[in-house]
Design a protein around this ligand. Structure first.
Ligand SMILES: [Zn+2]
Length: 218
């Protein structure tokens, strides 16, 4: 069979074999991008049931607009919103906690790393909120050496809130997650009522999830 189409005037219209190969390559690329899904562990910081367990660390608490805001609750709510978007993109999403924790036997912070290890996740994303006296505002991302692309991608994706660029920190959950990309996001300042509303809104969770997704695929 000829793989070249010739018009009545003798012009080569197309090279069928080449066209077919190109289409097959496109299909293969599409299949790869569809199947490139990851197992992501979201780690809402803090979360002790009674705020008494030092092994879990209660996290920051702030009062404004006549209401009390707890970091553990806002981090959990935000993590779930991010997780929903990531799951919608086809990733497997697991959590270190989906409610407050009662277990008094946990080894401070390491239990979160142990869970990531046990569940063989590709990426670990810890979610926190910053706290400060005064009007400080913005989102910060810290990363281990395997997560530079994800950090950059999240920073580029976020538009709903200012992105801060603090110095890197040696954080337990980043340092000890040696076999996987690990980031810690301070989503905003719980002490700032503007930030608090942004963290509770849908936009920021979508932007963060989009950044994580794009970073993982790089
Ligand atoms: Zn925290």
């Amino acid at each position: 069979m000829s793989d070249t189409l010739i018009s009545p005037k003798g012009t080569v219209l197309t090279h069928v074999a080449t066209m077919k190969t190109t289409l097959e390559k496109d299909d293969a690329a599409k299949r790869i991008s569809v199947t490139r899904v990851f197992k992501i562990m979201l780690d809402p910081g803090h979360g002790d049931h009674n705020d008494e367990n030092s092994m879990v660390d209660p996290g920051a608490v702030a009062k404004h607009d006549g209401k009390t805001y707890k970091e553990k609750d806002m981090a959990l709510q935000f993590a779930k919103a991010v997780g929903k978007v990531l799951a919608g993109k086809g990733h497997t999403v697991v959590y270190t906690r989906e409610s407050d924790i009662d277990n008094k036997e946990l080894e401070k912070l390491q239990w979160r790393v142990d869970m990531a290890e046990e569940q063989k996740v590709d990426a670990f994303v810890s979610i926190h909120l910053d706290a400060a006296v005064g009007k400080s505002s913005g989102l910060s991302v810290y990363a281990n050496s395997k997560a530079d692309a994800i950090k950059k991608s999240v920073e580029e994706s976020v538009k709903a809130i200012d992105v801060r660029h603090p110095k890197s920190k040696s954080l337990h959950v980043l340092r000890e997650n040696k076999d996987r990309a690990a980031i810690l996001i301070e989503a905003g300042f719980i002490t700032n009522s503007v930030d608090q509303k942004i963290v509770e809104g849908a936009e920021l969770s979508i932007e963060v999830a989009t950044g994580i997704d794009a970073g993982l695929r790089k």
